[in-house]
Write a protein that binds this ligand. Structure first.
Ligand code: UD1
Ligand code: CA
Length: 455
């Protein structure tokens, strides 16, 4: 169900497209459904239907079908819209697009309880059940779900609530949906009324009760979105630590994508990982780094305040490399073994071979840098002529002095030296010293102008 408006989000974006860990809420739900190997997933859209459908249009692991619910007359009415696309022989698991953190094993247990013939409800005990549908039992057997607004004081005192998640045989569901009415406090077609029909028809209604409220928590407001974001990040941090990753503070880590870690990885506080990031054995990440779409090989150290984003091209950092503090690696930066990138150095679409170093205040864009090159402070590749990008090739063992401009396209021959302050516009021979700057002039015993004495 993804038709609701989400008024309390106070946002132009449909609620189910609000992001948790950089992924729309409904995508989290569909990812869980995919883990169940569902035959297909039916997304019931309504508010912002076109936008929701477009956001889910890219190929997914799960066959998606869309149906629309317009107007929104309740959860029962929502599921009625899906009836034409549900196969009679299946089991339907009803999920909400705004409940993102349900775990697959809870749903598997629910499906097992349904066993193709029972109505299985996911329930939870809540100290404050206000607003939820209450589970009413006769002895052990569930006999009804009573919505909060329709409940008597005695029913409101019940603390077992319906989570909004059920597993139900499709054939039975279809029959019960046809019998719903909207004669209740909210004038809505309640999906929860099917419990009464199951009881009337002699179908067993079983509850699978869990204790982890996060799994059934829905999002209605920015506060709840932020709370579930923290719950999600806590879950990710625990899983990483269980696997051996040393986090300085699990409360100060954000993973908004997939973070893979080999053994003995250490991560300091306030780091954000986005997209796909892979950290090799013994990698150390300093405090306050933002790292996205990047592969970092074993033994590499990323010092604090480093920003890395490989976007589509990716970034690779070689074995035992040192990056930062305050470094920036952009798409296509490929650093080899033992490369050093120091503070205020920006690297874009450039390959640095083993042992190359750019330690201070420099720019390398569209460059191929050979082994053991030393690239001086304040030097840049002038890779852009205002219309096109050009490559700079710096061969092995070159020494580029401080404050140089290498105007691309250009090649600095192996073992060459470029004097500090040079603007190099022509390629240089191997082994050459190239200097391109005004010759120094020194005038001995120079007298600075002096102010005229006042009359
Ligand atoms: C529902 C349950 C309640 C349960 C609670 C758990 C009903 C009648 N009640 O109540 O027993 O305790 O969930 O959170 O089912 N939606 C549509 N179309 C509609 C109405 C809702 O798609 O016409 C979607 C909403 O966007 C949401 C989900 O269905 O994703 C649940 O709707 P919501 O209004 O939050 O249900 P509750 O009234 O909270
Ligand atoms: Ca509601």
């Amino acid at each position: 169900m993804a038709a609701g408006k989400g008024t309390r989000m106070k946002s132009q974006l449909p609620k189910v497209l609000q992001q948790l860990a950089h992924k729309p809420l409904v995508q989290h739900v569909l990812a869980t459904a995919a883990q169940l190997h569902a035959r297909s997933a039916v997304v019931i859209t309504g508010h912002g239907a076109a936008q929701v459908e477009a956001a889910l249009s890219h190929p997914s692991a799960l066959a998606l079908k869309f149906v629309r619910q317009e107007p929104q007359l309740g959860t029962g009415h929502a599921v009625q819209q899906a009836v034409p696309v549900l196969a009679d022989d299946g089991v339907v698991v009803v999920l909400s697009g705004d409940v993102p953190l349900t775990q697959a094993d809870s749903l598997e247990a629910l499906i097992a309880l349904c066993a193709g013939k029972n109505l299985a409800l996911l329930t939870l005990d809540m100290p404050d059940p206000t607003g939820y549908g209450r589970i009413e039992r006769h002895g052990d057997a569930v006999c009804a779900i009573v919505e909060h607004k329709d409940a008597t004081p005695a029913q409101r005192a019940l603390t077992e609530i319906y989570s909004g998640i059920m597993a139900v045989p499709a054939r039975l569901l279809k029959g019960w949906l046809a019998r719903l009415d909207n004669k209740n406090a909210q004038g809505e077609y309640y999906l929860t009324d099917i419990v009464k029909f199951a009881v009337q028809d002699g179908v067993r209604v079983l509850a699978h009760t869990i204790t982890d409220a996060v799994q059934v928590a829905g999002i209605n407001s920015p506060v709840q979105l932020a709370e579930l974001e923290r719950a999600y990040q806590h879950r990710v941090a625990l899983a990483l630590m269980e696997q051996g990753v040393r986090l300085k503070d699990p409360a100060r880590l954000d993973v908004r994508g997939v973070l893979e870690c080999a053994a003995d990885v250490e991560i300091d506080v306030n780091c954000i990982f986005e997209g796909r990031v892979s950290l090799g054995e013994g990698v150390k990440i300093g405090a306050n780094c933002v790292i996205a779409n990047c592969t970092i090989a074993a033994g590499a150290v990323i010092h604090s305040f480093t920003h890395i984003d490989g976007e589509k091209l990716g970034v690779t950092v070689g074995t035992d490399a040192r990056v930062g503090p305050f470094a920036r690696l952009r798409p296509g930066a490929q650093l080899g073994v033992d490369v050093h990138i120091g503070n205020f150095v920006e690297v874009k679409n450039s390959t640095l071979a083993k042992g190359a170093k750019a330690n201070h205040l420099a720019y390398l864009g569209d460059a191929t840098v050979g082994e053991r090159v030393n690239y001086g402070a304040g030097s840049i590749t002038a890779n852009y002529d205002g219309a096109n990008k050009h490559r700079t090739v710096i061969e092995a063992d070159v020494h580029i002095g401080s404050n140089c401009v290498l105007v691309a396209p250009i090649t600095i021959g192996a073992g060459g030296t470029v004097g500090a302050g040079s603007t190099i516009t022509k390629s240089t021979e191997a082994g050459a010293l190239s200097v391109a700057r005004g010759k120094q002039v020194s005038i001995a015993n120079y007298q600075r102008p002096a102010k005229k004495p006042k009359a």
